[in-house]
Design a binder for this molecule. Structure first.
Ligand code: IPE
Ligand code: IPE
Ligand code: MG
Length: 251
């Protein structure tokens, strides 16, 4: 790759020793710590979620510039309904606002955007915004950006099995048939799964697909996560030896 063809994110990546020809194709992120960031700054939790929205915008563009092909982020879990009503309502409104406001920018940046999860259970206005976002960006050829909303890994596996049985009651259930019945079967498995704000758990995110993902947990909260942290995660990923149950190649 000619140095002159590099953008600023790629130049910074090279400076950190990242190999641009061995990037993770699919990065998934558990965007956690909005509440703690807000509390630490003396604000309400919803203020933290709004800061998190700004971070997401920034990280999506950074990932696209770096050359990442798929970015999937956990925006609202199937378990997050357990939070107080005003926080849940505020989050739903914020996600709808983001989907509507960012549509133009997504198109300009050639992003193919979509959502996965039990979307029929979210407020109608949000369903419509997500549908429009998907339709208006489906022919774009850049990064595939997937928002997981009312998403649960167990729910996704259960939904997949129900679909298989409904479509073919006598059919065999295999790993392949489950893969084919996931919310978006065209998404490759995440190579790198990042969690912000330090918790060492999956919280029901992509539990089927992330079976062999490399994990990177940072103490940095989501609103504070920037290009520097993304590049740090990718640099760590490139030092890992992926074995998928086999043995590492002996040099
Ligand atoms: C993550 O931040 C965003 C969502 C779950 C929607 P949190 O709201 O979980 O923040 P903490 O974990 O309370 O700090
Ligand atoms: C996971 O974070 C869900 C999202 C980031 C949307 P949580 O904050 O809900 O996870 P737990 O409750 O700490 O496991
Ligand atoms: Mg949390």
């Amino acid at each position: 790759m000619a140095a002159s063809a590099l953008n600023s994110v790629q130049t910074n990546a090279l400076q950190q020793g990242i190999n641009l020809d061995a990037l993770p194709a699919h990065i998934a992120i558990i965007m956690d710590g909005n509440g703690r960031f807000a509390q630490g700054n003396g604000f309400q939790r919803l203020w933290g979620h709004r800061q998190g929205y700004k971070t997401l915008k920034n990280v999506l563009l950074t990932a696209a510039q770096l050359g990442i092909k798929y970015l999937t982020v956990y925006a609202f879990s199937a378990e997050n309904w357990r939070r107080p009503e005003d926080e849940v309502g505020g989050l739903m409104a914020l996600i709808e606002e983001a989907a509507r406001h960012e549509l133009r920018g997504l198109k300009e940046n050639n992003v193919r955007a979509q959502a996965i999860g039990r979307l029929h259970e979210v407020p109608l206005g949000l369903q419509e915004a997500l549908q429009e976002m998907k339709e208006d960006t489906q022919n774009n050829t850049g990064i595939v950006f997937t928002l997981a909303i009312n998403y649960g890994g167990r729910a996704e596996i259960l939904d997949a099995i129900k679909t298989i049985i409904k479509d073919n009651p006598a059919g065999e259930i295999t790993e392949e048939s489950i893969n084919a019945a996931l919310y978006d079967p065209t998404l490759p498995e995440p190579d790198l799964l990042i969690r912000t704000a330090g918790e060492l758990r999956w919280s029901n995110f992509l539990i089927w697909q992330a079976a062999y993902s490399e994990l990177f947990v940072t103490e940095t909260t989501w609103p504070e996560f920037k290009e520097k942290e993304l590049l740090e995660a990718v640099a760590h990923y490139q030092k890992r030896i992926r074995k998928f149950g086999g043995l590492a190649d002996l040099q």
